[in-house]
Each structure stands twice: as C-alpha cells, then as structure tokens.
Design a protein around this ligand. Structure first.
Ligand code: ZN
Length: 217
C-alpha cells in the first residue's frame, strides 16, 4: 500500500490517497481541498497514476476534512463513507466554514454510506477495519489496515498530542477513552497517519504522548 499525502487548506489538513501501483484501485481519506488549485493537484495525481478511485472515507465531518468530499464523490462516482453520528456537522458545512473563517463556497455534505465499528471494508486489496473513536467529534472514526500496519486516525490522535475537544459535540474524557482503548491497543509498530502533522507510531505514542504516557509506564 502506498500512502500519498496532500497538505491542504489553511488548516494544513492531511488528505491521503491510498493506492497500490499505477492503474490500481485507490481511495481517498479526508478530501479537504479548499479551492480549485488544491483539487487540481489531487486530480492530476490521480490521472497521472491512472488510479481508479473506489471510495471516499471520512474520519469525521469537520469542515477542514470534507471540503471536497462532494466534489470527489461526484467526479469519480463513489459513495461518501462516514459515521452518520457526525452528519449534524456535515449538514452544517456552511456554518462551519463561516465559523472557521474559511473563504469558500460549500454545499452541505451528504454522507451516503454509514460506517460503524466492527465493519471490515475490502478495498484496494486491503482489509480495512473501522474503529469508532468519538470524542473529537461524536462520529469520529479510525481506519486500521492490519496487513499494511497502519491506521488513519483523523484528529483523535496526533504525534505527542490529541485532538481538541472544545468544538460542538467534542468531549475530553470520551476522546481519552477512545484513544486509549481503540488506538493505543494496536500493535506498537502500527504507523499512525493523523489529520494534521507528521505521522507517528502507536508504540511512540504509548510511551511519549503526554496525555497517556503516565498510564502506560
Ligand atoms: Zn477535526
């Protein structure tokens, strides 16, 4: 599995494209491109590598992660897969855009496929396990790829930090429990791809993340 990252929008959100090789199936995690320039860069990458987009997966429905989800879904004729517990955020994309001070037009997001903990998605030659990680938002998800040894965790866990919990629907103790129970229990060598910033590993976060290190020494 190849992981290509596009750092997009004023919040430096990580939009990931997961693919195998030229001409293979591919999926996009959190397409937060804010303008046509950012969308064109992603489209160009897809075209140059002749990728067949099979899914849009959303870790959660904050504006900076979903700005181009509708665009990608329509252009490549795929579902928008997300946890519907976050639909109250996606439905209010315009209000979110205003709240975050973004300058872009956005129709409300309509997720078309609900993903729940316990589901396994067979996509692009991978077995993707869906994990519920609420706390940063009510419908937060992580996507764990055991065969590739990596997880896409959105804004629940960052390198040596965690996501904010002061936005609508956020809850600190829920997030702490989610990360401790669902993510830090994955194998140490699992590579963690977060919604912002550098990648890390589960082992590194178990040892050095200040929100959890004391509990795991
Ligand atoms: Zn977020």
């Amino acid at each position: 599995m190849k992981v290509s990252v596009f750092i997009v929008n004023p919040f430096a959100e990580n939009c990931y494209i997961l693919w195998q090789e030229k001409g293979s199936d591919a999926m996009i995690v959190d397409p937060g491109m804010a303008d046509s320039g950012e969308r064109n860069a992603v489209d160009k990458f897809i075209a140059e590598n002749e990728l067949k987009i099979k899914a849009v997966l959303l870790t959660h429905q904050h504006a900076d992660h979903i700005l181009s989800a509708q665009y990608i879904a329509e252009k490549y004729d795929v579902d928008i897969s997300a946890n519907f517990a976050d639909n109250m955020l996606g439905n209010r994309l315009r209000e979110q855009v205003a709240m975050f001070g973004l300058r872009c037009n956005s129709e409300p997001l309509v997720a078309t496929r609900n993903l729940e903990e316990g589901e396994s998605l067979a996509l692009c030659g991978e077995n993707i396990k869906v994990l519920n990680v609420p706390g940063h938002s009510p419908g937060g998800l992580a996507f764990y790829l055991p065969d590739s040894g990596c997880a896409f965790v959105g804004d629940s866990l960052f390198a040596h930090s965690i996501g904010r919990t002061d936005l609508p629907g956020g809850d600190y103790s829920t997030l702490i429990n989610s990360v401790a129970e669902k993510l830090l229990t994955l194998p140490d060598e699992t590579v963690v791809y977060s919604g912002h910033g550098e990648s890390t590993t589960i082992g590194d976060e178990r040892r050095y993340n200040p929100y959890f290190a004391l509990n795991y020494k």
